[in-house]
Design a protein around this ligand. Sequence first.
Ligand SMILES: C[S@@+](CC[C@H](N)C(=O)[O-])C[C@H]1O[C@@H](n2cnc3c(N)ncnc32)[C@H](O)[C@@H]1O
Length: 202
Amino acid sequence: MECIQGTRKMTIDSQQLAALAAAYPYTWLDLGTGDGRFVQHMARTLPRTLLIGVDACRENLRERSRRSTPNTLFAIANALALPAELDGLVQRVSINFPWGSLLEALLEGDAHLLNGLRRVTRPTALLEIRLNGGALLQSELAAEEGAARVRQVLNRAGWRCGAPTYLAAQQLKDTPSSWAQRLAHGPHPWAISLRAVAIEIA
Ligand SMILES: C[S@@+](CC[C@H](N)C(=O)[O-])C[C@H]1O[C@@H](n2cnc3c(N)ncnc32)[C@H](O)[C@@H]1O
């Protein structure tokens, strides 16, 4: 798995990653992590959790990955082809304000994303997704419609997904991601949150 720390590139193999994860009771994967602000904040707040931020774009990650804590890893990868090194390691996944192919994959039930998520997560893992209406509009969907679609996709793919809940401006302000802050201070300060738990598939 290709990881970065500032301008430094490193390859971490399965054994190395398993050893790192074994040093922490909990592993949290943030998909489409953007500039890594969410990961950096959670890693500082939860020093006994290994935080892994994954994004397809390396440029935005350079700054925060340079100043990361030991319980942080930033990987460059496509969420639709999650690195095999992550297999079976993850207890929690967050996807905050996805756009582009990541959002499309959630809406369309893309098997590459969904199989990858099942592959990397442990049984009963938690998945939380925050969706913003603007991104859904680009897919020509009302926010509620988009959230209902993602919920249906998850429920069919081995997750038990609860009803969507609204995040108002204050909840966005309290969410430590750059995109949450941008939304909170923009003209449409709300989003929709979905939480799901992995269930055993018979
Ligand atoms: C709106 S930004 C949100 C960033 C961050 N989660 C936040 O809350 O600030 C969406 C991110 O999803 C990433 N993304 C979109 N499609 C992706 C894919 N297929 N694989 C990995 N990352 C992807 C983009 O590169 C971008 O950084």
